[in-house]
Ligand binder design. Structure first.
Ligand code: PLP
Length: 355
């Protein structure tokens, strides 16, 4: 990899160089879709499809109430209104029954135009696309898969980033496939949409850079990041296997103490996070206890979207599952190279806490 980074430095094609297009081809092949458009971040990878579908003021986009802020942020950024939906108790992904109910109630209200759904594959597990794709079709909505956390995951062998009309992933270093900075990619089988998104990524270019035919962004991927990603893709499947082994080991040893994560039938998670549920009254004490042993702990997410001041009009709606999760969830260390010794230390610390 160092050699190829040096070659990029010598060649000087720092942005959208040859290696970027090589990476796009490799990513599209890996996922099993026709088109891959890399861009500057996972956030942009979500925003660009919204722009390409002309989603804006007066439109609503349905999404989960429990995710990283970028999921909701891009909807607000293009001027549309996010409609939040509570999540499933087991997978923490959008509850498809509540989704359908919300769509129907927005249609009845006739105040806004339902345009799209952004489903998130939280912590690396795919959302329930059997149902969500059916709902999107039924109500003629564009379905966007927020696969920022799930690259490498699959359902019945079908890979993350191949669901819905268009999918977005992130190469932020902490994601399953991380680069050495910011980066993202968009996937679709719709070539016309892909062409538009390629234009948006470079200031809405037309025939060339100075023929600007629409308002776009500056959202290109650095060539050096592509070199890193091409190299990391070679070991990526192995890393997903290792992450699954780490999760299995946690599961076997923690099941009797805490609520372990549930993976739905025929799903393989990419385990961006390994998140457990504990008693709400114990959580802060357990976090302090684990920090004493230098075990890094994170809480994803402390504030479901409806509790943010930004979205105050949702404050009093019923989001009981996401609220419960925000108060009892906690994520343990998770990466492919966690060795048994590290895992045993974490498991022992949790056992000691409960015994
Ligand atoms: C990380 C993340 C994003 C944004 O990706 P960036 O590359 O950080 O911009 C979007 N959605 C979810 C669910 C994420 O976890």
């Amino acid at each position: 990899m160092d050699h190829n980074i040096l070659k990029t430095l010598e060649k000087g094609d720092f942005i959208l160089g040859e290696k970027v297009f090589e990476l796009e081809q490799k990513l599209a092949e890996y996922v099993g879709v026709k088109e891959c458009i890399t861009c500057a971040s996972g956030t942009d990878a979500l925003q660009i499809p919204l722009m390409a579908n002309n989603i804006g003021p007066g439109d609503v986009v349905f999404t989960t109430n429990f995710s990283f802020f970028a999921t909701a942020e891009v909807i607000s950024l293009v001027g549309a209104k996010p409609i939040f939906v509570d999540v499933d108790n087991d997978t923490f992904n959008i509850d498809y029954q509540l989704l359908e109910q919300k769509i129907i109630s927005i249609l009845k209200e006739k105040k806004y135009i339902p345009k799209a759904i952004i489903a998130v594959d939280l912590f690396g597990q795919l959302a329930n696309y059997d149902k969500i794709e059916e709902i999107a079709k039924k109500f003629n909505l564009i379905l966007i898969e927020d696969a920022a956390q799930s690259f490498g995951a699959s359902y019945k062998g079908k890979k993350s980033c191949s669901f819905g009309d268009v999918a977005a992933t992130s190469f932020y270093p902490a994601k399953p496939l991380g680069c050495y900075g910011d980066g993202g990619a968009i996937f679709t089988n719709n070539s016309k949409l892909a062409q538009k998104m390629r234009s948006i990524r470079v200031h809405g270019e037309g025939k060339d850079k100075y023929d600007n035919i629409r308002v776009g962004l500056n959202s290109r991927l650095d060539t050096i990041q592509s070199v890193v990603l091409i190299e990391k893709m070679k070991i990526f499947d192995e890393e997903i296997k290792l992450r699954n082994k780490v999760a299995d080991y946690y599961n076997e040893n923690l099941d009797q103490f805490v609520k372990i994560p549930k993976i739905a039938y025929k799903n393989i998670s990419s385990w961006a996070q390994y998140s457990i549920l504990v008693n709400q009254k114990d959580r802060d004490k357990l976090i302090k206890h684990l920090q004493k042993f230098d075990i890094p702990i994170a809480v994803f997410y402390k504030k479901p979207f409806n509790t943010l001041d930004l979205y105050f009009e949702n404050r009093d709606l019923d989001f009981s599952i996401s609220l419960m999760l925000s108060q009892s969830i906690l994520s343990l260390p998770m990466h492919p190279y966690l060795v048994k010794r590290d895992l045993d230390k974490i498991i022992k610390a949790i056992k000691d806490f409960y015994e």
